[in-house]
Design a protein around this ligand. Structure first.
Ligand SMILES: C[S@@+](CC[C@H](N)C(=O)[O-])C[C@H]1O[C@@H](n2cnc3c(N)ncnc32)[C@H](O)[C@@H]1O
Length: 198
């Protein structure tokens, strides 16, 4: 069985279309089996976007672990970021993300690979992650560390996590030493964190 966080080369079959009503208009996403949150846009995704848009916008932005592209597409449509990149390890999700960029008339560049390593030569003003909790905390930390390495000076990394899925434990992780680490939102059982590079 393919988990949503694995390389998945299955063809795009049985796609369905879901919607997300945003202040900037209604967004429409193609999703499919084997993809994270295929029946509705995840609550963590919604809280992440809501709290990020209360912050200063970003020029260059990476939607890390983009799935079908909800975070980057919403932020682009809201005008919060301009030059958006999307990466995921799940190729099937990326094919959906490509389709969803087109459907929502948003521009973006898509990369397939393990974490931000797929984008080794790039640096960003902002990176966001709704982490693949089911892959385990070590995998999540590895993904975050890779993402932090792609930040420009003063770049910001945004993370959403359910409180009961280890957000408080993560908050104490030594990975953030030297970064300014701030909880910028707490809603519906989720916490949204911002880490800022020196
Ligand atoms: C919780 S889902 C979030 C998806 C999307 N950002 C959203 O909010 O709907 C986490 C995503 O991370 C991806 N992922 C897991 N491990 C990864 C890795 N090592 N590199 C890149 N993406 C990964 C999964 O395939 C999945 O699409």
């Amino acid at each position: 069985m393919n988990h949503y966080y694995c390389k998945n080369w299955e063809p795009l079959e049985d796609t369905k279309r879901i919607q997300w009503d945003l202040a900037g208009g209604c967004l429409s996403f193609y999703t499919a089996a084997g993809i994270f949150s295929k029946d509705r846009v995840d609550s963590g995704t919604r809280w992440l976007v809501k709290h990020m848009t209360r912050e200063e916008p970003c020029a260059s932005f990476l939607d890390l672990g983009c799935g079908y592209g909800a975070v980057g597409i919403a932020l682009s449509r809201l005008g919060w970021c301009h030059d958006a990149y999307y990466c995921d390890v799940n190729f099937k999700a990326l094919r959906l993300a490509r389709k969803n960029l087109r459907v929502n008339r948003v521009k973006g560049r898509i990369h397939c690979g393990e974490g931000a390593d797929a984008l080794r030569d790039h640096v960003f003003d902002g990176v966001a992650l709704n982490p693949p909790i089911r892959a385990g905390l070590d995998a999540v930390l590895c993904l975050i560390r890779g993402g932090l390495r792609t930040l420009k000076p003063k770049g910001r990394f945004y993370l959403v996590m359910r409180t009961r899925q280890g957000a408080l434990r993560l908050k104490k992780d030594p990975t953030w030493a030297g970064l300014s680490f701030l909880e910028i939102g707490r809603d519906g059982g989720y916490r949204v964190f911002r880490m800022e590079a020196p």
